[in-house]
Design a protein around this ligand. Sequence first.
Ligand SMILES: Cc1cc2nc3c(=O)[nH]c(=O)nc-3n(C[C@H](O)[C@H](O)[C@H](O)COP(=O)(O)OP(=O)(O)OC[C@H]3O[C@@H](n4cnc5c(N)ncnc54)[C@H](O)[C@@H]3O)c2cc1C
Length: 415
Amino acid sequence: MSIETNWAGNHTYRARIESPRSVDELQEVVARETRVRAIGSRHSFTDLTDITDSDAGVLVSLADIPTAVEIDESTRTARVTGRAAYGEVATQLHAAGWALGNLASLPHISVAGAVSTGTHGSGVENGSLATSVASLDIVGPDGEMRTTSRGDADFHGSVVALGSLGVVTAATLDVEPTFDVRQDVYTGLAWDALVGDLETITKSAYSVSLFTRWTDAGVEQVWLKSRAGDAPTELFGALAATTTMHMLEGGATESVTQQGGVPGPWLDRLPHFRMEFTPSRGEELQSEYLLPREHALTAIERLRALGERMAPVLQVCELRTVAADEHWLSSAYGHDVLGVHFTWLRDVERVYAVLPAIEAALLPLGARPHWGKCFVAEAVDLAPMYPRMSDFRALRDRVDPDRTFGNAFLDRVLG
Ligand SMILES: Cc1cc2nc3c(=O)[nH]c(=O)nc-3n(C[C@H](O)[C@H](O)[C@H](O)COP(=O)(O)OP(=O)(O)OC[C@H]3O[C@@H](n4cnc5c(N)ncnc54)[C@H](O)[C@@H]3O)c2cc1C
């Protein structure tokens, strides 16, 4: 039997993986099994997807079900298969003259897996990828298909749901006419400049990413993705880069999307990484905490104080913004957030040793962890931060009373 791991290689799936070839076959598997978890493109970093607490049950992969993208111009939506990678969806949409409003840093991530954990890109006006979901088709514990759409009472509890309510076979996504983006990178933004003008800087383009290692060098790189117009030659003292930059020291610059202010299609600029460059396995772990934007400066101050502690395992940190949404388990539920993302060395022990200090600094500010990345907080810490947690629990009790879609991770973080 082959050994199956997640993308980062730090988790080996314990449960057997089944790959039905059609939605009908998938429904039969779900109806038959007592425990089922959907597995997407495997880009999460923990046992979130797996069944580790029981010998019963299977992981179902939708990878053998043909992907499809059906555009409905009249409603400005596209119905896409759940397992489709955002990059595949984007390519088909662009070819037909359409676009998604935003993308994550990597185009290889599956649509269903991404929205189920609240995956996001950046931009003060841009919600997470879940906010572009208009409806979902979900196979429930009895194997029956149900659809939940914007406006339904359960909808905002069902999109960011960590695979706990069923297997998403298709998502209908909002689309807009295709557009061009230019990407400009700046280097050397001093801490004083960032702290003095954080709001203006995060608003200076459609999508803004700030990369730092929390040293005295400040923000080493700023990536601006702009939908139109010129970009400044200088950004609060940071200078326009003259060569292509990777956010990691020594990273392969051929893997990053075009920089240098050259306008091009949205799908070739909004992600940081190119679709055709497929990292099959990553030499990294990731964590991310998203906190109400009004506490951004306090969070930055606290993280600078932890800089030396993090340094031995930190590759780079990325600050992004995400607009508020209404999804009950979203890290941006109810308020605009600053996302503080950590790319770590792939050293599980040392990374988990530093997380408690980061959480002690950020959780009191209302920071919620990214569900797909490494964190140590548990249900007792997390529940108070999600005003709709009890509604979510009631929804889960109603939809999946026997916990067909449960696992040890969900017991730990949802209670
Ligand atoms: C290199 C890299 C870059 C990343 N960049 C970003 C980024 O820019 N922004 C960001 O926010 N996150 C980012 N992430 C995190 C990533 O988006 C999340 O971990 C996401 O959940 C991965 O989805 P997946 O399908 O690959 O994961 P999986 O581990 O396969 O699944 C994750 C969760 O989704 C559920 N799921 C998967 N498929 C289905 C389905 N069909 N129906 C129901 N539930 C399903 C699983 O059960 C599980 O709970 C990145 C991760 C990596 C490795």
